[in-house]
Design a protein around this ligand. Sequence first.
Ligand SMILES: NC(=O)c1ccc[n+]([C@@H]2O[C@H](COP(=O)([O-])OP(=O)(O)OC[C@H]3O[C@@H](n4cnc5c(N)ncnc54)[C@H](OP(=O)(O)O)[C@@H]3O)[C@@H](O)[C@H]2O)c1
Length: 386
Amino acid sequence: MTQTTTVTLNETQLRSLLAELADGARAFRFEVAPNPCVGAALVAGGQVVARGYHRVWGGPHAEVEVFAAARAAGVQPSECDALVVTLEPCCSFGKTPPCTDAIRAAGIRRVVVGALDPDPRHRGAGLKLLAEAGLEIEFVPNASPLEKLAPHFLRWSDIDRVRRPRPWAIAKWAQTRSGHLSPPAGVGDGRWISGPEALREVHVLRGRVDAIVTGVTTVLKDNPRFTVRPPGDPARPPLRVILDSYLRTPTDGRLFEPPGAGEGAGAIHVLCQAGANAARHVALERAGATVTGLRSSEEDHVALRDVQEWLWDHGVRRVLLEAGPQLLSRSLEAGFVDQLRVYTGNVAGGEGETMAPWFTRLKLEERLDREIGGDSVFESFVRNEA
Ligand SMILES: NC(=O)c1ccc[n+]([C@@H]2O[C@H](COP(=O)([O-])OP(=O)(O)OC[C@H]3O[C@@H](n4cnc5c(N)ncnc54)[C@H](OP(=O)(O)O)[C@@H]3O)[C@@H](O)[C@H]2O)c1
């Protein structure tokens, strides 16, 4: 592309572009959380020549996506008049390198942003760095406010949470129409409620978290493996964490089987009450698990607050809770769940505790209802009171 004139967008046009990018970015809210939803565009000659969005947690940021989109369309970012982005570009290493480096390397001369990043590591630091590097910076106040675009990210970067960190937890379960997590006797081999399309989605989700957490009863009843198979990414399988206060996890379960071809299986961690049965401790470690003793709760289970700290200390930032109603309910009660993904299969009735009352008890926001195969899927964020 040969470009000779610089045609800048006026403030109204910039606001409208930032609003449009914000709408596009919100579509990925459940995939990127706890990261913010971010959209970016490259503008040349008064026209948008490429758009990019942060689509997946751990994946490229919107700035990197828009540069790739431009290049794929035969446009060099350095030939464009401006990069317009809904949020201040990051300037620190996370799962990906700083966007400020990518922007400088791309030869961008002007950056327009619609919101500052409240992350204590940023807060204007990214813009300052770019300005010091000689880029022209324009801030359009209130153009893409995080209160509307990504309230979940404001909670994630809230000072109380930063001071007392815990991973972002997604509670995922499959339920019957009455909210039971176990089907009625004789249906789905006692455990299957949702269809194969939903299961494929779950493998994708497993490939995008740092750990899967479950309760020992699920291990005892379902004999699960918690592996990642395509279309999930088996290259980075999450830790498999079992909350098992008294070390009842069987050492001959499928959990301990080696992964099949093309399958990813994360390290197994059993979290028990400190001082739990020493012989079982040794047996589980011989089978391949790492066993850690934590404090117990008032109900004589492993204390969930200690579990949060253990996860954080082990580098876990996004966790998938794949448990039965007991551990799910205790986690929801404790305010340790940030996001829900619930599959409802076309099955009536069921066994055990129903999760139905939680849908009226919880403060849910940014709800999304969709269909996959024969199942309906409900996604939302949980607003926990501070
Ligand atoms: N449909 C689904 O999506 C789905 C998913 C998973 C399971 N399930 C079904 O759920 C059933 C099992 O239900 P469940 O509710 O008993 O299983 P669960 O919630 O997975 O496990 C409960 C056990 O976790 C242990 N635990 C450790 N720390 C805990 C804590 N702080 N709070 C609560 N529990 C803690 C407890 O045993 P200790 O005190 O001995 O540690 C408790 O009995 C199975 O039939 C399974 O098929 C369904």
